[in-house]
Design a binder for this molecule. Structure first.
Ligand code: BV8
Length: 245
């Protein structure tokens, strides 16, 4: 168990605050065996940069390759279980009714852990939609062709995630910004804080007077601005924070 000090000032703040917002990135799923976004290049995928696969242009250029990459990631996610970090956020939601969990992750592990109020800024890898119609597709005929075809229009199917260069759901962004601006405490967990507009949320909280806490083994653009920084793993730090909460 990593030994880390939780300042009494933070413990007091944890106990006083009523409204909490949390932003998570792929780092919180790393201890569940889901490679972080920057590391989602094991084996076959090591020669590709995720930013070069997670775009509509990449899909137009080579939809089979992009579909296979997501099929590989879907398999990893299906085998993964929520870890102690995910479960700590379920306990936190139970204790703080005014709690908003904003995730950049597409793995659905927060919902599988038991969180109910989850804003999925970047979609969900387990959902599929038609690339042409941009409408959800639940079932289709497997013909061996990849990507499979839309049963309605015959267009190519794609994962229901937000690619680089695509706009996020305005409703999701609106809810995430509102929560970031109104919370008294903002936890930023397991994100490199590089991808916008998600990366701006901790700063929205900061500028609106919230106490901002970062949990990440590595420094990020937020590190020098956060009130409290825990350079360590979410699976060890989050349960300890919530235990003292
Ligand atoms: C948009 C889904 C309008 C797909 C993803 C403003 C400024 C600069 C650039 C832009 C901007 N506005 C828009 C852009 C362009 C772009 C962008 O931000 N580019 C970046 C690279 C500079 N943004 C967009 O295109 C967005 N669309 O804004 O539309 C527009 C469009 C164009 C131009 C202007 C406006 C869409 C962004 C969404 C992209 N889709 N995911 C998929 O997953 O396949 S993003 C993807 O990367 C992930 O979902 C994740 O959100 C994101 C970042 O990854 P992280 O989660 O942070 O993971 P990462 O690997 O980077 O880091 C993991 C962290 O965890 C590390 O820090 C590590 O230290 C830590 N860690 C590891 N283990 C642990 C841990 N922490 C704790 N515990 C551990 N155990």
């Amino acid at each position: 168990m990593a030994v880390f000090e939780i300042p009494s000032k933070l413990i007091e703040a944890l106990r006083r605050v009523r409204e909490v917002a949390v932003l998570t990135g792929s780092g919180i799923s790393a201890e569940s065996g889901v490679p972080t976004f920057r590391d989602a290049r094991a084996g076959l995928w090591s020669k590709f940069r995720p930013e070069d696969l997670a775009t509509p242009e990449a899909f137009q250029r080579n939809s089979t390759l992009v579909w296979e990459w997501y099929a590989w990631r879907r398999e990893l996610v299906a085998k993964a279980q929520p870890n102690a970090g995910h479960l700590a956020l379920v306990e936190l939601e139970r204790r703080r009714p005014r709690f908003t969990l904003i995730t950049q992750n597409v793995d659905g592990l927060h919902q599988r852990a038991g969180n109910r109020k989850v804003i999925e800024l970047h979609g969900n890898i387990t959902r599929t939609k038609c690339f042409e119609e941009d409408v959800a597709v639940e079932t289709w005929t497997e013909t061996g062709e990849t990507p499979p075809r839309c049963p309605r229009c015959g267009g190519r199917l794609r994962p229901d995630v937000v690619w680089f260069g695509e706009t996020l759901s305005p409703e999701a962004v609106e809810r995430a910004v509102t929560a970031s601006r109104s919370c008294e405490l903002f936890l930023s967990v397991g994100t490199s804080t590089l991808v916008h507009p998600a990366a701006a949320l901790p700063f929205e909280a900061l500028h609106h007077g919230a106490t901002v806490v970062e949990i990440n083994p590595d420094p990020t653009p937020l590190t020098n601005h956060a009130h409290h920084v825990f350079q360590g793993l979410a699976g060890g730090i989050l349960p300890e924070l919530v235990r003292l909460w």
